[in-house]
Design a protein around this ligand. Structure first.
Ligand code: PMP
Length: 334
């Protein structure tokens, strides 16, 4: 009998990303520091998994009907994921984005075919916040609201895909997993799966300054959120439904300079990453220094640095914002 290959559309090709050894940092720490190459997803980021999970569950539950429009409030990557995966499944997207976001992102979304609505930046507590506007639009127009922050199909996607992939790719030898928090879907879903396999696997939260999640996991309150960060897509100030009921084993606050030193060094290993990836890797390294050597530590390479070229890879911008690109990689170990 001849067997025929089965070809699948784009929405079937989310995940299955390589696990990349970060060579120099592994050598320096005596641990295997491994990065999951999420920038290789169809929409170019880790958020493709959440988009896939939210769309799939909503379709299964009859909450998202054939041809129905998806609306979401997002600063970028989730909007891109919802647009490419949504369109592959026959759904149009309306993306509500704060006008403070980089114009590059708005152009990418428009190029991909999203209907983009820019709104003034308002805090979550304000009814004019971009998430509330997305929710109102859904109600008014009969659209499906993805609700990435509080829709637990997000963390479930990581439980079903990211966690099992890491478990298989490390042949069950993984000792720790580190991730930063936007919605919390990546950190919680992946950690919950790994802990279901081996409760000794440590879950590590990597937080930028200006966010409150380090404070939550360390002190049990959200009061310490001082400082600021240029990292986009992360930096949370409340306990989303995707974070609810979970406790990490370690949490670190990472300065932008540390993350920047790491991602600039990784250009020498052929990797060009965004700042949130640097924050993730820095937390993996901190854990390696405290608990290694000999550990296998996995983290997330969330998206490509090419999306932020005009900032974190632009000498003029770096100089204006007082970053130092000449620090030795060893400086991040201390
Ligand atoms: N890094 C980047 C670049 C992101 O866009 C996001 C999601 N907004 C994250 C990290 C965090 O992922 P999560 O929402 O799963 O916490």
């Amino acid at each position: 009998m001849s067997s025929h290959p089965v070809y699948q559309s784009l929405d079937h090709h989310v995940g299955g990303t390589p696990l990349i050894r970060l060579k120099r940092l592994s050598e320096l720490t005596g641990c295997e520091i491994l990065g999951k190459a999420e920038f290789m997803n169809p929409g170019g980021s880790v958020k493709d998994r959440a988009a896939w999970g939210i769309i799939t569950r909503a379709e299964e539950q009859g909450l998202l009907l054939p041809g129905q429009t998806i609306v979401e409030g997002t600063a970028g990557n989730t909007g891109i994921g919802l647009t490419v995966i949504g369109r592959a499944r026959g759904h149009d997207t309306v993306i509500v984005i704060p006008e403070t976001q980089a114009p590059e992102k708005i152009r990418i979304l428009e190029t991909l075919g999203a209907d983009v609505i820019t709104v003034p930046a308002k805090p979550y507590t304000d009814p004019g916040n971009y998430n509330h506007i997305a929710s109102d639009l859904a109600e008014k127009n009969g659209w499906f609201w993805a609700n990435q922050f509080d829709n637990t199909a997000n963390r479930e996607a990581h439980f079903r895909t990211t966690g099992p992939e890491i478990w298989r790719q490390t042949a069950g030898t993984v000792n720790a997993f580190a991730a930063s928090v936007g919605t919390g879907g990546t950190l919680v879903g992946t950690s919950q799966f790994l802990k279901s396999k081996n409760s000794n696997i440590a879950s590590i939260c990597a937080d930028p300054y200006g966010a409150a999640i380090w404070s939550w996991f360390t002190h049990g309150h959200l009061d310490e959120d001082d400082g600021d960060s240029f990292a986009e897509g992360i930096g949370q100030g409340r306990i989303t439904k995707n974070l609810e009921g979970f406790q990490t084993d370690a949490a670190y606050r990472i300065a932008d300079q540390t993350a920047l030193t790491i991602i600039h060094h990784l250009l020498h290993e052929g990797l060009c990453l965004g700042l949130s990836s640097g924050i993730n890797i820095a937390a993996a390294v901190r854990y390696a220094m405290e608990h290694g050597p000999g550990l296998t530590i996995v983290t997330i390479l969330c998206d490509s640095g090419l999306k932020y070229e005009s900032k974190i890879y632009n000498q003029e911008w770096l100089f204006d914002n007082e970053f130092d690109t000449d620090l030795p990689l060893e400086s991040v170990l201390g």
